[in-house]
Design a protein around this ligand. Structure first.
Ligand code: CMC
Length: 424
């Protein structure tokens, strides 16, 4: 529980003083508890939750001004370079990095659940072949609750834990199949002798005609790092959606499906796909200057730039840029679209319009470029973000359900019609 600082904020309303307690966390700004404002007949007003702490959490800390992102206290660059994605998953779920023994047990546990009930595979046939894979993901992840409903007592800690493992284990299978379905290739079943990232790439790219398909270790490492860098991000739009859905007692598969829906938007997880679409639209380096003028006239946004919280740099983008350089060098790629991306980055980092507004490349700018280099189709970019973020969502859902919580029920500033009678 947070600590009361003893300090109080005083709000004066209609000549009356309301004392509001202030709490301190372990890091970050203190918070003013505004609950008592209600008794005065007022609501607080904060559209977009710019200044609102919606919950108490021990999972992730962000200092946007300093470019700090910590999971359970560990800096993201250390996790991305010194721990694997599954170790990061264990950390997010349990609060500590695993010992060797715990790591092996966790990996075994995840491996045991990589298959999905075979009838789930038939679900895909209900979708058009040209369905967006995110549309498929929203459907099939929500549908899991119909297959694993015997472990859905959210009051039971064992049920909650097995569901968390199932989600982390099955999401790569469901994600790879959402791609296979749209290209008309048979589903490839998981291989438990491969690492988490290798297995995902294997299910994406292997075919029955290419039984000896080998996953490139450089690409598997890059994929694992992309997963780690997207694993959690505090109370962002999709995580808050998962918590809000979870606060009603909805089952975890439904909550994660809600998170996937929220992530889909171009201002959130859809940005990595939008980056590549933007590069397509610009076409060539010759058109960059004209495009930047459009951005400055606010006709379009520079996708993959800017962040609600990071106003100096995105610490994830730093590691991602390094991985991006490694992957491009290892693959010897000479793609004009990537050259275009690098030109955009150069201009945005030096042009006063972007510098003054603190619009730096975010994690999705580089992840989009890496994913393209790996050969992942653009429509799958946000699916990969959803795959990686599933552990963050479920960690927040678990945290919420391990203590007391209230249904999330914000109020509003009503500006519609006042009461009137139907006149007929
Ligand atoms: N391109 C051009 N101008 C921008 C951009 C952009 N991407 N982002 C913000 N601005 C401008 C905005 O027009 C405003 O200018 P002015 O002060 O002249 O009115 C100023 O910068 C401040 O913008 P804001 O709208 O107050 O910023 P916000 O915190 O509400 O928005 C954002 C954050 C991420 C939604 C926005 O920067 C954006 O849409 N970026 C592009 C989408 C993107 O890359 N999203 C991925 C975020 S990282 C992955 C994740 O965590 O989900």
């Amino acid at each position: 529980m947070s600590e009361a600082t003893g300090k109080k904020a005083v709000l004066e309303l209609d000549g009356k003083k309301i004392e509001l307690p202030i709490y301190s966390g372990t890091l970050g700004p203190d918070v003013i508890d505004v609950k008592d404002v209600l008794a005065s007949g007022h609501f607080t007003f904060d559209p977009g939750f710019m200044a609102t702490a919606s919950c108490e959490s021990k999972i992730t800390f962000i200092d946007g001004d300093k470019g700090i992102l910590l999971h359970r206290g560990y800096p993201i660059d250390q996790l991305a370079t010194q721990a694997s994605y599954l170790e990061t998953c264990y950390l997010l779920l349990n609060g500590e990095l695993p010992t060797e023994e715990q790591k092996e047990k966790f990996k075994k546990n995840v491996r045991q659940h990589t298959m999905v009930h075979d009838q789930v595979s038939r679900f895909y046939n209900g979708f058009r072949r040209d369905a967006h894979p995110m549309a498929i993901m929203v459907g099939v992840v929500g549908a899991l609750s119909a297959f694993y409903h015997n472990n859905l007592d959210i009051e039971d800690v064992n049920h909650r834990e097995i569901t968390a493992i199932r989600l982390i284990a099955k999401i790569p299978t469901l994600a790879a199949w959402s791609y296979k379905y749209t290209v008309g290739q048979p589903f490839v079943y998981p291989r438990n002798d491969l690492s988490y990232a290798e297995n995902f790439l294997y299910m994406m790219f292997a075919t029955p005609a290419d039984r000896d398909y080998q996953v490139n270790p450089v690409l598997a490492k890059a994929m694992d790092r992309i997963f780690t860098l997207h694993a959690d991000h505090e109370q962002n739009a999709s995580t808050s959606t998962v918590r809000l859905a979870g606060s009603t007692g909805a089952n975890p598969y439904a909550c994660i499906a809600a998170g996937i829906s929220a992530l889909w938007g171009p201002a959130h997880g859809g940005a990595n796909e939008a980056v590549l679409k933007m590069l397509d639209e610009i076409g060539s380096v010759d058109n960059v200057a004209e495009f930047m003028e459009k951005v400055k006239r606010k006709e379009v946004k520079l996708m993959g730039f800017g962040h609600r919280v990071y106003k100096n740099f995105d610490p994830r983008a730093k590691v991602m840029k390094q991985t991006c350089d490694e992957v491009l060098a290892a693959l010897g790629i000479n793609d004009p679209q990537l050259a275009l991306a690098m030109e955009l980055e150069k201009i945005a980092l030096s042009d006063p319009y972007f510098v003054e507004r603190k619009l730096y490349p975010n994690v999705d700018f580089y992840s989009g470029i890496i994913l393209k280099a790996i050969g992942i189709p653009t429509e799958m970019f946000t699916v990969i973000f959803a795959l990686a973020r599933t552990v963050g969502w479920i960690s927040h859902w678990l945290e919420m359900h391990s203590g007391p919580y209230k249904i999330g029920r914000p109020r509003q500033l009503y500006t519609g019609a006042t009461q009137r009678d139907i006149q007929r």
